[in-house]
Every structure is written in structure tokens, then in C-alpha cells.
Design a protein around this ligand. Structure first.
Ligand SMILES: [Zn+2]
Ligand SMILES: [Zn+2]
Length: 136
């Protein structure tokens, strides 16, 4: 997402909406499935640009306990602040947005908080039922 500073009145909140294709957001076990819906409220002042971002996307994550793939809605709001000068014609937010999304990835994604995981002996998914090893 880029904000064109030349077409942007000063000291006035401007609302922007954009669908951004996810780029370089793949981290081991996590994949973004849909375009990222971004809602931004930007306020340009003489030497800074303050942007409030609201974003939403769908991710496919592998549960760290049972290894099942689960779809998760990622939603986040945050603020970005840029120093600008009158020589700048635009501000590119894409890299900061990307960082914010990755920061929000869970370290250990779970399909559900009560996930029982896999049996360490036979590898059976214990959410689907007990295996024979459990009672031994
Ligand atoms: Zn699980
Ligand atoms: Zn087992």
C-alpha cells in the first residue's frame, strides 16, 4: 500500500481501503490464503504521516500439536508513523504492514486450545480418539 502525499490534504483524516496481495508472508507452517483487506486512516501533518491500520486476512496454519492444517482469521489494528518532508511524494507502507502481520503469527499455532496432539508412540491424532498405547 502506497500513500500519495501530493494528492493528500494536510491536517485532514483520509480513509483508504485496499486489497493487497500477500507477498513474502510465508513462514514455516503458515500460509496466507486470501488478499489482505486493509483499511487505513491517514493523517498528514507538516512533517509526519500518522496512519491507523485495520487489516484482515485468512491464514492456513499447521497446528503445532496435531499437525492438522487449520484456517484462521488474522485480524490486527495498529498505528504507523512516518517522518515526511516536502520532497517525499509518497510513503510505501507495504513492508511495515508485512512486518506487523508476521509479528502477529502465533509461535505455536493450535487448531483449538484443547488439542490433544499426536501420540508420541504411534503418531495417531488423539483428537480423533484414543490409541491403544494410551492405557499401557
Ligand atoms: Zn491440533
Ligand atoms: Zn499411540
Amino acid at each position: 500500500m502506497k500513500i500519495d502525499l501530493n494528492q493528500f490534504p494536510e491536517a485532514q483524516v483520509i480513509e483508504l481501503r485496499e486489497l493487497e496481495q500477500p507477498l513474502d508472508l510465508e513462514v514455516s507452517g503458515i500460509k496466507i490464503l486470501s488478499a489482505i483487506e486493509i483499511k487505513a486512516e491517514a493523517l498528514k501533518l507538516r512533517d509526519n504521516l500518522d496512519v491507523k491500520i485495520d487489516l484482515k486476512t485468512m491464514a492456513l496454519m499447521q497446528c503445532s500439536r496435531c499437525l492438522t492444517n487449520t484456517e484462521v482469521i488474522l485480524q490486527k489494528d495498529f498505528r504507523l508513523d512516518y517522518i515526511i518532508s516536502k520532497h517525499d511524494s509518497f510513503v510505501d507502507l507495504s513492508e511495515d504492514i508485512r512486518q506487523e502481520i508476521i509479528l502477529d503469527y502465533p509461535l505455536k499455532p493450535l487448531c483449538k486450545s484443547s488439542c490433544k496432539g499426536l501420540c508420541v508412540k504411534c503418531g495417531k491424532n488423539l483428537n480423533e480418539g484414543d490409541c491403544k498405547c494410551v492405557s499401557v
